[in-house]
Ligand binder design. Structure first.
Ligand code: FAD
Length: 380
């Protein structure tokens, strides 16, 4: 048993664990706290790319791969370049983020990293791994477990595969990243591609679906190759890196924690149920935890992390996606055709006011959404 009793254990050194670490280290009041970071992985591979929008400069600005002020939206109905000011759409590769955070640890003698496979975490603050056992006042846990589902919850998967492609000739317009392109075959599902050019010679092209099941592996490859040939006009390209993933889209309640355990990241409910976007919510969640600790407060707030009305919108949206009464591409089309993109992004960031939300709901297809809202209201 590791005899040290740490102030904080951070279980999982992914987006949430490392973000929290950075926010804790930025708090002068917490400078003397001992922190143990545990992960089964050394975090030396580029296992994902995070995209998110932000108005202000964030703490990971120096690691950004690219950022854009305008985005393209394509559907079978219309194509438009939309201005997202005051936001910027940012792209961060996980390897740059991991390296940045691990370099920070080197300057902090009170932070220890241990590579271990965690087998259990207990409300008294003890963490059991395959190599050792550890103890702390608080355990910030991002080791994911699927939350319990009930007949009233929705559970969709956001599943995707992305190619980083390279060309010998200048091919991509770095001023025209594509947020969503719904011109691909929908197969009665919700499918789109996004294209993020980081230079005239290089872009991330990612094929994404929202559905209850994933596709066969070959289907992602076929769809990506077809898109690259048809819409990017490329017959000759190299794939320098492939990323695949699945993000849970569910309104099931993620447990906040118990006793000394505080769940963070996807495990702590930071994934927005209706979009799968998580990175920005992790930043808000972890920053708030560090601030409360610095003020000598409990790390979890008495108020829920998400405001209830946004949770309700998520539930309605998940039902609309699941029941497919209106083609999903049309749902996004209704929004992007009629409203400023910045308002849509602000809504998805859960930062709109009720009047703005009225504007948003007003452009949605009324029969579809009213029916879904009524079914949600009577589901409990
Ligand atoms: C490929 C991919 C791309 C994504 N892209 C975006 C995006 O563009 N924008 C966005 O907002 N969100 C995105 N997400 C969703 C979300 O932001 C990420 O999943 C994010 O990494 C979640 O952070 P986390 O800390 O909760 O989990 P993770 O980053 O997965 O961290 C969990 C950590 O726990 C460790 N771990 C797990 N089990 C154990 C164990 N038993 N013992 C020890 N360690 C353990 C893992 O090794 C990992 O390091 C993406 C997800 C994936 C999978």
């Amino acid at each position: 048993m590791d005899q040290s009793n740490y102030d904080y254990i951070i279980a999982g050194a992914g987006a949430a664990g490392l973000s929290l670490l950075c926010y804790l280290l930025a708090e002068e009041n917490l400078a003397q706290k001992s922190i143990l970071l545990i992960d089964s992985d050394l975090k030396k591979t580029n296992d994902r790319t995070w995209c998110f929008w932000q108005q202000e400069q964030g703490p990971f600005e120096s690691c950004l791969e690219s950022q854009w002020e305008k985005l393209m939206f394509h559907s079978p109905d219309f194509s438009e370049q939309v201005d997202i000011g005051p936001y910027k759409y940012k792209m961060l590769t996980s390897i740059a983020f991991y390296q940045h955070c691990f370099q920070l640890i080197e300057h902090h003698p009170k932070v220890v990293f241990k590579q271990d496979q965690i087998t259990s975490i207990h409300p008294n603050g003890s963490v059991v791994g395959t190599k050792d056992s550890y103890k702390a006042t608080y355990v910030f846990n991002s080791v994911f477990r699927n939350p319990a589902q009930s007949t009233h919850t929705h559970y969709l998967l956001q599943h995707f595969r992305g190619y980083f492609i390279e060309t010998d000739q200048p091919t991509f317009d770095v001023e025209k990243p594509v947020l969503m392109d719904f011109r691909v075959e929908q197969d009665q599902d919700c499918r789109f591609v996004y294209v993020l050019p980081t230079s005239p010679y290089r872009a991330l092209v990612e094929y994404t679906g929202f559905s209850t099941t994933m596709l066969e592996s070959a289907q992602y490859d076929r769809a990506l190759d077809g898109y690259i040939r048809t819409y990017l006009g490329l017959n000759d390209y190299r794939i320098s890196h492939v990323e695949s993933g699945v993000i849970p889209m569910t309104n099931a309640a993620f447990p906040v924690g118990e006793g000394a355990i505080v769940n963070i990241g996807t495990a702590g409910g930071a994934t927005k149920a209706s979009t799968g976007y998580t990175f920005s919510f992790i930043q808000k969640q972890c920053q708030a935890i560090a601030r409360r600790l610095a003020f000598g407060q409990s790390p979890t707030s008495a108020e829920r992390f998400k405001l209830n009305r946004f949770a309700l919108y998520d539930r309605i949206f998940l039902r609309v996606l699941k029941e497919k009464k209106r083609p999903s591409w049309l749902v996004f089309n209704d929004l992007f055709k009629q409203l400023p993109a910045a308002l849509i992004l602000r809504f998805l960031s859960e930062e709109t006011n009720v009047w703005e939300e009225f504007r948003l709901t007003n452009v949605m297809d009324k029969p579809t959404f009213i029916l879904a809202a009524l079914r949600e209201a009577t589901a409990h």
